[in-house]
Design a binder for this molecule. Structure first.
Ligand SMILES: *[C@@H]1O[C@H](CO)[C@@H](O)[C@H](O)[C@H]1NC(C)=O
Ligand SMILES: CC(=O)N[C@H]1CO[C@H](CO)[C@@H](O)[C@@H]1O
Length: 496
């Protein structure tokens, strides 16, 4: 019986049909795909060129996302640069490397897990809106109200109760609620973050969920009908949750690890070395990370675990037990195809995209770097305001103005006004005491005091265009605009 389901009738129409086979790719003699995919849907305003002069969302009372208006409030912190990425759905653009990885995983699950009816066991959902409620993004996953992951500084909020999803798990409960027992889910996710070759505020995740009834789980075990998924009066241990029996958890854990083992071997090859590391997530227990041996390093590729029963219960599937996993598509694509910089996924350069237009999605590709254009490096130093400044605010501002031309921002130096402290400590001693008249001294001390706690940050911004050489002049304009806007928006005081 499905209890507690609130959303469903609205939600069901957007679910995808079970099996969908894409035509294989196509690189005819002239080098252009024949099924000319519509690369950038209308909501998507990609630009790798000179930035707009209106970096931050204007003073409107609403924020518009994919045709809907959301009233702004004191929590609103999306920027127009970020909103321009909503609807791009790189994971759904035929032949894009993120699409390739997603399709390979999808094809593997479709082929490897088939129901008696002949239909694939796992359904795939890759077109759910990234606009979710904070309830979906956090509460539905049992993330406590005061958990640091809810910070405004780490997320993009449309208003107090609506945000751009920070993980695809935001949809887990709804999909279970809608009656699905086995599904894959892919989508774009948004997090405020630093900027460098491996961090970008928009990235893509894929996750999977599988639920088992008593019968499904124990069917293959002899005398399985005597076994049970649940026990009462149990305790939570490192191996299991209080409500689960150990035998049920061990079978679910085995199925989970075996499923993921097959999946990554399908992607990386049979020879792959794999290891499991125990870890913690609020929405699974026990939880694991899978690491694979890649070019001499152990690389974390995914997180997974046995779903918290409270979550399964609140999704109306109390009589089942399940596993869930989640992985980052960029990370996998970077490793699989040798893509060195996460910003390349947003490139519209033919020289990038063409490399992934393959006759079969399983064909190997090794990315050939586009010729590297030289970077231009500029520093910016300022005094911080007395309070309310965070580094992420500055990164966000740089990203808003500089867009994809900013390759990297690093805090290279920070200091607190050096002289003030020791002068204050010295107080009225020394030469001052002897020479100065008391009124002058009092003023001087007050002035010094007001200078204490003055902190300064110096950031180094590396500008680089992926497709051409930047001119000093265009970077100068950009840099000046960052300086100016930082003073206006963040209350810093330039030291230039
Ligand atoms: C946020 O926007 C949504 C959609 O317009 C609205 O339903 C909701 O009430 C808003 N939340 C707050 C706290 O204003
Ligand atoms: C554009 C905008 O309002 N950004 C805000 C996002 O949230 C952080 C953290 O509170 C603020 O400092 C930013 O100003």
């Amino acid at each position: 019986m499905r209890l507690h389901c609130r959303i469903l009738p609205l939600f069901l129409p957007i679910l995808k049909p079970l099996a969908r086979h894409r035509p294989l790719c196509c690189l005819p003699a002239n080098g252009r795909p024949t099924t000319a995919p519509r690369l950038f849907p209308s909501y998507c305003h990609l630009t790798t060129d000179v930035p707009s002069s209106q970096p931050l969302v204007g003073q409107d009372t609403t924020v518009k996302v994919m045709g809907y208006s959301y009233p702004r409030d004191d929590f609103t912190n999306v920027t127009s640069k970020i909103l321009a990425k909503v609807g791009c759905n790189l994971h759904n653009q035929a032949h894009h490397p993120l699409w390739l990885v997603k399709e390979r995983i999808k094809a593997h699950f479709y082929r490897a897990y088939i129901m008696r009816s002949g239909n694939p066991l796992f359904s795939v959902h890759d077109n759910l809106s990234p606009v979710v409620t904070t309830e979906q993004n956090f509460d539905s996953l049992l993330i406590p109200p005061d958990h640091p992951s809810r910070k405004r500084g780490d997320n993009y909020y449309l208003n107090r109760s609506t945000m751009l999803r920070a993980h695809t798990s935001a949809h887990q409960r709804e999909l279970v609620c809608s009656g699905l027992d086995a599904f894959l889910l892919a989508g774009d996710v948004y997090r405020r973050d630093e900027i460098d070759a491996s961090h970008y505020p928009v990235f893509h995740q894929m996750e999977g969920v599988r639920l088992f009834s008593n019968h499904e789980l124990f069917a293959k075990v002899s005398s399985g009908e005597d076994l049970s998924l649940f026990e009462s009066g149990g305790h939570r241990t490192p191996q299991k949750q209080e409500t689960h029996t150990l035998e049920a958890v061990k079978l679910v854990e085995f199925d989970l690890k075996q499923t993921l083992d097959r999946m990554v071997r399908h992607l990386f090859g049979e020879e792959l070395e794999i290891r499991w590391v125990e870890c913690y997530f609020p929405f699974t227990h026990p939880s694991f990370e899978m690491e694979v041996r890649f070019q001499e390093d152990w690389l974390e590729v995914l997180g997974c675990g046995v779903m918290e029963q409270e979550l399964v219960h609140s999704a109306g599937a109390s009589n089942k037990i399940g596993w869930a996993f989640g992985l980052g598509l960029e990370r996998l694509a970077m490793v699989l195809y040798g893509i060195p910089d996460i910003r390349l996924f947003w490139s519209q350069d033919d020289r990038f995209l063409k490399q992934f237009c393959l006759p079969s999605i399983n064909d190997p590709v090794t990315f050939q770097p586009l010729s590297k254009y030289p970077p231009l490096i500029n520093d910016i130093s300022f005094w911080l305001p007395a309070e309310g400044y965070t580094e992420n605010d500055f990164y966000d501002l740089v990203r808003s103005i500089g867009g994809d031309l900013v390759e990297k921002v690093t805090l290279v130096d920070q200091f607190t006004h050096p002289k003030c402290r020791c002068l204050i400590r010295r107080g009225l001693q020394g030469t001052d005491k002897i020479n100065a008249d008391p009124v002058v001294m009092k003023e001087r001390l007050a002035r010094r005091k007001s200078r204490t706690q003055k902190h300064s940050h110096c950031y180094r911004i590396t500008y680089r265009h992926m497709e051409r050489t930047l001119t000093q002049e265009e970077v100068r304009v950009l840099h000046a605009s960052i300086e100016h806007t930082a003073e206006q928006e963040l209350g810093v005081k330039g030291r230039y």
